[in-house]
Design a protein around this ligand. Structure first.
Ligand code: S3P
Length: 173
């Protein structure tokens, strides 16, 4: 059965949140974000969950959310944390859209942001840039393999990405 959900996947800082907000502005989609859901379930910030409960616990919450999404969510734009794609049932949740960009461009996008410090601080897996680059190298082929649609977001505005995504999703349906 078709869920009519769009799932945004991609590396930390690639712009999933900004693109999700722009899609909402320009379509009839309602959006939810897996990190937001986790923060409300755990009643604490992602960074705190990593610090106090560990990454494995965070991943178990992602799994719980994925089961709920598959069972209960339709006609929704779902933005995800950069590691959410590892849940086993992603394909069953909806059409998977990868926001793709080279690692250096993603980091530049974050560091150029007026709120760069906060953006880096809230992401524990960006604390060590060398490790983050390794993680990117490991994940990119996996993102590519899973994606139904790939959008190169490099040097594109959120609105440009939105138009491209909505067009490609319509074609894919
Ligand atoms: C993570 C990405 C983060 C957040 C958590 C883990 C990851 O979300 O879910 O810090 O494993 O890539 P963003 O992709 O929104 O930064």
């Amino acid at each position: 059965m078709k869920t009519n959900n769009i799932i945004l996947i991609g590396f930390m800082g690639v712009g999933k949140g900004s693109v999700a907000r722009e899609i909402v502005k320009n379509s009839s989609y309602i959006a939810i974000d897996t990190d937001d859901l986790i923060e409300s379930i755990a009643n604490k910030k992602v960074k705190k969950i990593f610090e106090e409960d560990g990454e494995a616990y965070f991943r178990s919450l992602e799994k719980d959310i994925s089961l709920w999404l598959e069972k209960s969510v339709k006609n929704t734009l779902i933005s995800t944390g950069g590691g959410f794609y590892k849940v086993k049932n992603l394909k069953k949740i909806g059409t998977i859209v990868l926001l793709d960009s080279p690692f250096e461009k993603i980091i530049k996008r974050i560091t150029d942001h007026p709120n760069a410090k906060a953006k880096l601080k809230k992401r524990p897996l960006l604390a060590n840039m060398k490790a983050a680059k390794e993680l990117y190298k490991e994940r990119r082929p996996e993102y590519m393999k899973l994606a139904d649609i790939v959008v190169d977001v490099t040097d594109k505005s959120a609105l440009e990405c939105t138009k491209e995504i909505l067009k490609k999703v319509k074609k894919h349906a």
